[in-house]
Write a protein that binds this ligand. Structure first.
Ligand code: NI
Length: 261
């Protein structure tokens, strides 16, 4: 069984096809899906989907792109939403210094505040990091909360080591199938130590499906590529990454009837 630990299935791409998308995921062996919000509105949408589908779980948070437009009551609202049974994490939050859609100091403030919220609740944090290794590591150290994942991992092995040493997990998307990035070197360096898989759909469809709308079923291609890189059986990659995900997202319960990892 696989867990897609990061899938934005609230997007309108799936509005008319979500039952089919989730059926294809189940057919591909995906037993659970975590849907992180990007702002208050999509956090609520994630929660509604989690309410509607047993195998879907929500995370609530504000993406760094949305830091500037976040209302003053953001933290209180996130805390209110997080009380729901099916919320398993705070996120996604983090820093994006590649596009700088929100000013860096606003991103940093909201990232720190969401980490502190996660710490106060004892929830894991889902962290977005783009071109911001130094800032992400600095704030993770300052807050001192070693519980979460740096998702869509794109940094070099030295950063992976530091992130893991802080207690964090890392997760890989379809970028692992693209080549021309650090993913293979990181996997060779750390093996499956606190490694998870995700699609980050609708973005980043893995190589065999490139150009199409990504969806949770395609997380199987991420696992297959990792198995290929590590010269392991894909069932072992599925077992270990699922175990890692269940250890991190400890509020998640497998839906009735699904096999254990
Ligand atoms: Ni995302």
């Amino acid at each position: 069984m696989l867990i897609d630990t990061h899938a934005h299935i609230f997007y309108k791409d799936y509005r008319d096809s979500l039952d089919d998308v989730l059926k294809r995921a189940a057919d591909a062996g995906v037993g659970a899906i975590i849907c992180p919000g990007l702002d208050l509105e999509t956090s609520e949408q994630s929660l509604k989907l989690a309410d509607r589908y047993d195998q879907v779980w929500a995370a609530v948070g504000v993406h760094p792109h949305d830091a500037e437009s976040a209302p003053d009551n953001t933290l209180q609202e996130l805390e209110r939403l997080a009380a729901h049974d099916k919320v398993v994490a705070i996120g996604e939050t983090g820093l994006d210094f590649y596009r700088n859609i929100s000013p860096p100091e606003m991103q940093e403030r909201l990232f720190r505040e969401q980490l502190e919220l996660a710490a106060s609740l004892g929830y894991p944090a889902i962290v977005h990091n783009r071109s911001a290794d130094e800032g992400v590591l600095r704030i993770l150290r300052e807050v001192g909360y070693g519980n979460g994942v740096v998702h869509c991992f794109s940094s070099p092995p030295e950063t992976a080591r530091q992130v893991l040493d802080l207690g964090f997990h890392i997760s890989f998307t379809g970028t692992v199938t693209f080549g021309k990035n650090h993913n293979e070197a990181v996997l060779r360096a750390v093996g499956l130590e606190r490694v998870m898989v995700e699609t980050d759909c609708p973005y980043l469809a893995p190589a065999p499906k490139r150009g199409r709308t990504n969806e949770p079923a395609y997380v199987s291609h991420v696992a297959a590529k990792i198995a290929d890189i590590l010269k392991m059986d894909v069932t072992e990659v599925a077992r270990q990454t699922t175990e890692n995900a269940l250890a991190l997202f400890s509020r998640m319960r497998l839906p009735n009837g699904s096999e254990s990892p």
